[in-house]
Write a protein that binds this ligand. Structure first.
Ligand code: NOJ
Length: 560
């Protein structure tokens, strides 16, 4: 029998931006607990909570200083217990974010590790300056690794005269997974959360935990001769072994816990190797390939090119095919690291916002895999529309802007790229209602509320039977009802078509046909599509059944 999570739909909550219960302008656990009926109405099975642990909040919680406590900004351990109970009462499971490639530099482990003679020195990745260089002088970093958040991936520590590795911000030192004590401390912590009642883990950048030693220079392909080629740090030689060990030690498979590994630079074959049940590693992978399709020639996310639909279809189809029989994938267009899909891939201007949000949803939710809905996606929330760098909070955006401007970049062009791709597009407060702060807070929100909340909000969406919200609700119900949605075989149609995204799903005699117009122009359906006479439309964006799709129209047919 297929594991339970192959029938599930996940809802991701970014706690900072979901709902604020105490008026400090930042979302919190009690705020989430007050909105569980919204999740029940949508029909999701699992909530993935972005980090709520104690943290200095350099990367808004992805820099953890205590894995077994809740940050006071978000509440208390009693609040998380209450949230787990509230979710479980509604039949919804809770998945915690597991951020163990790195900790905060304010974690007690790192404080201890700073001491050269400490037994914990080896819990992190410390190295002397490059041979022949004065420690701390420009260019003396042990290797040319760049950080994913701009600048060098090494930070000099004057007290010990050495550098520590941080693939993300200097406040996120990488743990040394070669050290068994580190690994067992992580497994202990995971068991502690399982004992508390959580149902699994979303594993942050988990394919970075095994590094390739000795650490060496990579191609100098970035500013200042730094190496920004992630392939030199991903999928190290011990990754399979570490994931197997974690699975065994925590009982991920044995206890049927949810486990999704976020993996950067992962290809479909590698993802399959980690999710093949025989490997005993992970339930599913969270890939980046399809959300990198609109990166330009440098491969950098800020180098934006228009979406070429055949490229996106080819990529999604490749993953569907690779995992047709073995392995499992996550289906997503949005999360807290991606801009809003209706602004990125759809058309967020009127009259197409609603239809395009629905059509993106249909296209994604009828694929094979586990779909993820990111908070606000079910309302068709749009990008933030920020116009000055002061409006941004995210360190990835602000560090990139500062570095690029210092390097002579045109601020207007940089701001345009950031407005399109910044992670803050997904982090503006959840739009609950039309009141001044969108019902998110009674205080001053930590990040500006998007002005369109007057029209785009949960109250309005729930009241309108044709809303994006009810479309998502119907898609989720369809997955729960139909085995062919969950397990049917995928076949892409019209791969080269630049506007139509069409495919079938087949299980035994049952065939579903999805036809979706990914453009704002009407498009005639070609005659070589499967015959639709006598077919039932299970769900459509418009009330039509003719041979032409209106701009952003889509339909799901059950073929006779
Ligand atoms: C991936 C997370 O999704 C992202 O938000 C975070 O900044 C990095 N990992 C570092 O933890």
């Amino acid at each position: 029998m297929a594991p339970w999570w192959q029938s599930a739909v996940v809802y991701q909550i970014y706690p900072r931006s979901f709902a604020d219960s105490d008026g400090d302008g930042v979302g919190d656990l009690r705020g989430i607990a007050a909105h569980l009926d919204h999740l029940s109405a949508l029909g999701v099975d699992v909530v993935w909570l972005s980090p709520v642990y104690r943290s200095p909040m350099d990367d808004n919680g992805y820099d953890i200083s205590d894995y077994t406590d809740i940050d006071p900004l978000f509440g208390t351990l009693a609040d998380i217990d209450a949230l787990i109970e509230g979710l479980h009462t509604r039949g919804i499971k809770l998945v915690m974010d597991l951020v163990v490639n790195h900790t905060s530099d304010e974690h007690a482990w790192f404080a201890d590790s700073r001491d050269l003679s400490s037994p914990m020195r080896d819990w992190y990745i410390w190295r002397p300056a490059r041979d022949g260089h004065e420690p701390g002088s420009p260019g003396a970093e042990p290797t040319n690794a760049g950080s994913f958040f701009s600048g060098p991936g090494w930070q000099f520590d004057p007290a010990s005269g050495q550098y520590y590795l941080h693939l993300f911000s200097p406040k996120q030192p990488d743990l040394n997974w070669e050290n068994p004590a580190v690994r067992h401390a992580v497994y202990d912590m995971m068991r502690w959360w399982v004992d508390r009642g959580v149902d699994g883990f979303r594993m942050d950048v988990i394919n970075l935990i095994s590094k390739t030693y000795p650490l060496a220079d990579g191609p100098a392909n970035g500013p200042g001769g730094l190496c920004y080629d992630p392939s030199i740090v991903v999928e190290g030689p011990r990754l399979h072994e570490f994931l197997r060990e974690m699975n065994r030690e925590v009982g991920l498979s044995e206890k049927e816990l949810f486990s999704v590994g976020e993996m950067i630079m992962v290809d479909a074959a590698t993802a399959r190797s980690h999710t093949d049940p025989a490997a005993g590693e992970l339930g599913m992978v969270f890939t980046f390939e399809h959300v990198s399709i609109d990166n330009g020639p440098t491969g950098m996310k800020w180098d934006v090119v228009p979406l070429h639909l055949p490229a996106l279809k080819a990529n999604l189809a490749e993953w569907q095919d690779e995992m047709a029989d073995v392995g499992w994938n996550s289906l997503y267009f949005e999360n807290h690291d991606q801009p809003r899909s209706v602004s990125r891939f759809g058309d967020d201007s009127e009259p197409f916002r609603v239809a395009s949000a629905k059509t993106l949803a249909t296209t994604l939710h009828l694929l094979k895999g586990t779909p993820y809905v990111y908070q606000g996606q079910e309302l068709g929330m749009t990008n933030a529309g920020f116009t000055s760098i002061e409006q941004y909070n995210d360190l990835e955006s602000t560090r990139f802007f500062a570095e690029a401007v210092a390097g002579g970049g045109d601020p207007a062009q940089l701001l345009a790229a950031i407005a399109f791709k910044s992670r803050d597009n997904a982090r503006t407060p959840m739009q609950w209602d039309a009141s001044p702060n969108a019902g998110f807070t009674t205080g001053t929100p930590w990040l500006a509320v998007t002005p369109n909340h007057a029209e785009i909000n949960a109250v309005a969406a729930i009241a309108d039977p044709d809303s994006v919200f009810h479309h998502y609700r119907r898609l989720i119900a369809l997955r729960h009802d139909l085995e062919v949605v969950r397990q049917g075989r995928f076949a892409l149609l019209l791969p080269e078509d630049e506007r139509l995204f069409c495919y079938t799903r087949t299980l035994g005699d049952e065939v579903l046909l999805v036809v979706a117009n990914w453009s704002s122009e009407p498009v005639a359906l070609p005659s070589d599509l499967p015959d639709r006479s006598g077919a039932e439309v299970l769900l459509g964006t418009h009330d039509s059944t003719g041979d032409e799709l209106a701009g952003w129209e889509s339909r799901i047919y059950r073929l006779a």
